[in-house]
Design a protein around this ligand. Structure first.
Ligand code: GLU
Length: 385
């Protein structure tokens, strides 16, 4: 009688979370390790945001919030989508969640019936296919290619559409490739969603971290079909606060909030007041985002130059803070390559669970000093091969 569900047994735990936890544990034990694992800003949360949290605490804002979030924050989220993304959104078409991850999780629970297909563009963030399966859906992979800068080809996406297609997930800027999709590609994908009547799920969590190209929200083209997901984590160095948000058709948003009402009730109330400050104190937040972005840009350039110098191949990322590094020069597969790099003192995430075979993911959300050290260690590994 006892035992675990088939559903949970079929689920792979998150590789990004697991590898990062392992790296942190090794460091705690005193191992000299450069961790390029975490998809997490190394900056501290800006002071104006922390201060808002202190204020909320002092004012006793410590009670449950409504499942879709405090009205003030939903208003600010709607305004953010209008101001920065050109989306016409009312507060009731928004939801605040426990990180962007819960928005996605609830969304798949809300829209998928058993056997429904969701197109995911490979390489993909490790959690999309697992969340789809967990909700009873079937992930359908469509490849993006290094020689095309990992930008999806809408014709290839179109060929994967079937009568069971319920959604397509796009993520630009992309984790793990760093690709920033051009507007015309996003428009073409949004038009496919409209023409074939499926949902377009646009995960825009890295929106503010773009070094080349510009951000475009496909919800502008297909507002009836698009759910736009974002959050405070990456833009405002607020990963641990767990505040994500989304907008989309009212009935979908309502269903997502119902899922919250039976699981988390609501996101953390204090963190919501802090996120409100991040979204509304535009001057202070913009200054923070710009400083962080310039730091990431310098780190990306340093890492790209360094990889080229030691003879490791990588597609130039235009956004987010990841590089997919080709590991064919290091070992026969990406898992063995990641092991060799770990022995040399650099922790990376093997590309396997991203469907990025023959690659590892490097996160450059770390200091330039760490990146230089990692590059030296890569060179040592290559010498031994
Ligand atoms: N999204 C980040 C990453 O890919 C954070 C960890 C996670 O939730 O996957 O590393």
């Amino acid at each position: 009688m006892r035992g675990l569900s088939q559903r949970v047994k079929a689920m792979k735990p998150s590789a990004t979370v697991a590898v990062n936890a392992r790296a942190l544990e090794l460091k705690r034990q005193g191992v000299d390790l450069v961790a390029l694992t975490a998809g997490e800003p190394d900056f501290d949360t800006p002071e104006h945001v922390k201060e808002a949290a202190r204020r909320a605490l002092a004012q006793g804002k410590t009670k449950y919030a409504p499942p879709a979030g405090i009205p003030e924050l939903r208003e600010a989220v709607a305004e953010k989508f209008r101001r920065e993304n050109g989306l016409i959104v009312r507060p009731e078409e928004t939801i605040v969640t426990v990180g962007g991850k819960q928005a996605l999780f609830n969304l798949f629970q809300a829209i998928l019936d058993p056997g429904d297909e969701v197109i995911v563009l490979a390489p993909y963030w490790v959690s999309y296919p697992e969340m789809v399966r967990f909700a009873g859906g079937v992930p359908v992979e469509v490849e993006t290619r290094p020689e095309e800068g990992f930008v999806p080809d809408p014709k290839r996406v179109k060929r994967a559409i079937t009568p069971r297609t319920k959604a397509l997930v796009v993520n630009s800027p992309n984790n793990p490739t760093g690709a920033v999709y051009p507007e015309e590609v996003l428009r073409a994908l949004a038009e496919l969603a409209q023409a074939h009547d499926f949902y377009l799920i646009s995960d825009e969590i890295y929106e503010h971290l773009i070094y080349e190209g510009t951000h475009f929200s496909p919800g502008r083209v297909a507002p009836e079909h698009t759910i736009t997901v974002n959050g405070a984590a990456k833009a405002f160095a607020m990963t641990g606060w767990r505040i994500g948000y989304a907008c989309g058709p009212k009935e979908v948003i309502k269903a997502m909030a119902d899922v919250s009402s039976q699981s988390t009730t609501s996101p953390d109330t204090i963190a919501q007041w802090a996120a409100l400050e991040a979204l509304t104190n535009q001057e202070a937040s913009r200054a923070f985002v710009e400083t962080a972005r310039e730091a990431y840009r310098r780190r990306r350039d340093l890492l790209l130059e360094g990889l080229a110098r030691v003879g490791l191949k990588a597609v130039r990322p235009q956004g987010a803070f990841y590089i997919l590094m080709d590991t064919t020069a290091i070992a026969e597969d990406e898992v063995k390559a990641a092991e060799k790099l770990l022995e040399a003192g650099v922790a990376v995430v093997p590309g396997t669970d991203f469907a990025a075979f023959g690659h590892v993911r490097l996160s450059y959300a770390t200091s330039e000093e760490n990146l230089r050290k990692a590059l030296e260690r890569f060179a040592q590994v290559l010498q031994k091969v």
